[in-house]
Design a binder for this molecule. Structure first.
Ligand SMILES: [Zn+2]
Ligand SMILES: [Zn+2]
Length: 317
């Protein structure tokens, strides 16, 4: 057995975790402080909450959004929060996710808004699974999820929408976007995104430089309520593989994730900003069906939802 090691910060308690990129052993208290203060610094550095007082937080019942809402409420208690939970209608998985979200919202005294697919759009993710979109269910589910969150945030009239994207999510999307040459996805990775009309809220990602593994530890150490069931449709092998590659890379170079993130923020973002300033002004269009932002007459989420709906209604006949 390894010898217990004293915490590198307080030198009083025994450490529970080693942070390789800092070469520090931390006790639970010092880890919590370290974890929370990075989020607070990120919020302040990018002025994430300075654009309004009514904050929507996407709360899935997963570890990231659970940690996010906990830290925001603790350090920025004067803001008004509403937790937005999307209920996908995926059997026990969705019930368990809602249970975790509700438990957290109640314990923090935050209002919970449940956007139930079956009520709001008339179909569920299992309905989507039965169609041609079923083979790429995670991608379609992601499109509908972003659309539903944006619709709920618009209708609730929040000033800011905060989501729980962590460092690993960000880098994984970044790698995919580089490989596919997908400029739009790279642009969306910014820590702060201005309103895209007709939406008039800002989008912020306070966990953007927090490693996924540390979010997991924070939730565990603090006994926060999270869902216990995995999505039965999860198939995103590619995303897991790319995250695994990042993990292996990190074993050789402990700083790599922060280096990638740092050059993204310092080099790539200013470049993108310049390209955008010089390019054609963005034309904002409104979806004829949902009234949300769209690149065409009908947004891609509405096109998919309408297609699935038609099939579901036909089958019910
Ligand atoms: Zn300590
Ligand atoms: Zn639409």
């Amino acid at each position: 057995m390894e010898m217990p090691v004293k915490c590198s910060r307080c030198r009083a308690s025994y450490s529970e975790i080693y942070i390789p990129y800092m070469r520090q052993y931390l006790c639970i208290d010092c880890f919590n402080k370290f974890f929370e203060s990075r989020i607070v610094k990120t919020v302040e550095k990018y002025r994430m909450l300075s654009r309004g007082d009514y904050i929507g937080v996407g709360l899935s019942g997963g570890k990231d959004s659970t940690a996010l809402l906990t830290v925001l409420k603790k350090y920025f208690p004067d803001k008004r929060y509403i937790a937005i939970h999307l209920h996908h209608g995926i059997y026990d998985y969705s019930e368990d996710s809602l249970r975790a979200a509700r438990e957290l919202a109640e314990s923090l005294d935050v209002e919970l808004h449940v956007f139930r697919y079956s009520d709001e759009i008339g179909i569920t993710i299992p309905d989507v699974k039965k169609t041609k979109y079923g083979r790429k269910i995670c991608a379609t589910c992601g499109t509908i999820r972003r659309w539903a969150l944006s619709k709920a945030a618009r209708e609730l009239g929040v000033d800011i929408l905060a989501t729980g994207h962590n460092l690993d999510d960000t880098l994984e999307i970044m790698l995919n976007a580089f490989i596919a040459g997908d400029y739009e996805s790279i642009r969306r990775l910014r820590p702060v995104l201005p309103p895209s009309p007709p939406n008039n809220y800002w989008k912020v990602k306070p966990l953007i430089n927090t490693p996924e593994y540390e979010v997991l530890l924070y939730v565990m150490f603090n006994g926060l309520p999270v869902k216990r069931i995995d999505c039965p449709f999860a198939e995103d092998a590619r995303s897991l593989r790319r995250k695994e590659i990042l993990r292996l890379w990190e074993e050789r170079e402990p700083m790599i994730k922060f280096q990638l993130f740092g050059s993204f923020m310092k080099k790539l973002i200013p470049l993108l900003d310049r390209v955008e300033e010089e390019g054609e002004p963005v034309e904002y269009r409104v979806c004829r069906v949902c009234g949300g932002p769209s690149s065409g007459e009908v947004c891609s989420a509405c096109r998919r939802i309408e297609y699935v709906k038609r099939l579901v209604i036909e089958r019910r006949r």
